[in-house]
Design a protein around this ligand. Structure first.
Ligand SMILES: Cc1cc2nc3c(=O)[nH]c(=O)nc-3n(C[C@H](O)[C@H](O)[C@H](O)COP(=O)(O)O)c2cc1C
Length: 270
């Protein structure tokens, strides 16, 4: 999938997201949006920390689930998760996503059969490089995906590679992968928050999903989400997450300057 960047980075894009453009003359499509007062709730400091800790605890308890119960899930909950995903930011506000929700058993079966065909070829037919298979081995996954039929809902997130105007002409989208990735992150968080389980599933290649679900050629399957309640005896791999120190760096430029300063002073002391 192309990341849909404007091809020539040296030329200014027609509709830019540079905040400077909000005050100086508006250009292109952005000029069409009237500005309204921002709705923003300023919270007391202690409340900010309380909410932040609660949210972090909640999201850190999320796990990818591969063993589901067939207990039904109200369609309203799936709608709310998709609405939450649809609140994501997107390049030039193109909202380049489409979510297809499936609960009918025949379609779920077709998706399972097609996904397992692809996965069998990937795992056993030599399509996955040895290195990838080794990376997956600790998770204990294989080509079999029975959960695709067990779950009450499958939701497929599609990425719109470009938009289509009413007259059929192409409308360019920007940062498609980034935008759909963020929307999917919000979708996963929404499901977890409402007490449902899911798996970020990418049975590669995923072209069969567009075919089975009858999506147009400019939409590319992005992620297949089985959604439901975990099976009573569901297990998950015992994984560790990287620590804050491993995933974050603070003020690297200032710190480098400080260290250089100290080294200079140390040298001066000698
Ligand atoms: C982009 C992406 C693709 C993934 N594809 C698969 C997949 O096809 N099958 C699968 O079992 N898990 C898949 N996963 C789930 C990861 O294995 C899982 O997120 C990881 O092991 C961490 O576990 P956790 O989600 O429980 O924290 C995928 C995750 C991501 C982010």
């Amino acid at each position: 999938m192309s990341s849909s960047r404007p091809d020539d980075r040296s030329r200014p894009a027609a509709a830019t997201e540079n905040p400077d453009d909000r005050r100086g003359g508006l250009r292109g499509d952005l000029g069409r949006f009237p500005h309204v007062p921002l709705q923003f709730e300023r919270l007391p400091a202690a409340e900010m920390v309380r909410r932040a800790e609660q949210f972090e605890r909640l999201l850190r308890s999320r796990r990818s689930v591969r063993f589901f119960s067939d207990e039904p899930v109200d369609r309203r909950l799936i709608e709310l998760a998709i609405r939450t995903a649809g609140s994501a930011p997107s390049g030039a506000h193109r909202q380049p996503w489409h979510f297809v929700a499936v609960s009918d058993p025949q379609t779920k079966r077709r998706i399972r059969v097609a996904a397992e065909e692809e996965e069998r070829e990937s795992y056993l037919g030599g399509r996955m490089p040895e290195e990838w298979l080794e990376a997956l081995a600790p998770l204990g996954t294989d080509w079999r995906k029975p959960f695709l039929e067990t779950v009450p809902w499958l939701v497929v997130a599609f990425a719109e590679l470009h938009g289509v105007e009413e007259d059929g002409s192409v409308r360019k989208n920007y940062y498609v992968k980034e935008s759909v990735g963020i929307a999917c992150g919000l979708f996963i968080a929404a499901l977890h928050n409402m007490g449902l389980a899911t798996l970020t599933h990418t049975p590669s290649p995923m072209g069969f999903l567009a075919e089975i679900l009858g999506r147009p050629r400019h939409e590319k399957p992005f992620i297949l989400f089985p959604i439901g309640y975990p099976a009573a005896d569901a297990t998950v791999p015992d994984l560790e997450r990287k620590s804050l120190a491993e995933i974050a760096t603070w003020n690297p430029v200032a710190d480098r300057a400080d260290r250089a300063d100290c080294a200079d002073r140390d040298e001066g002391d000698e």
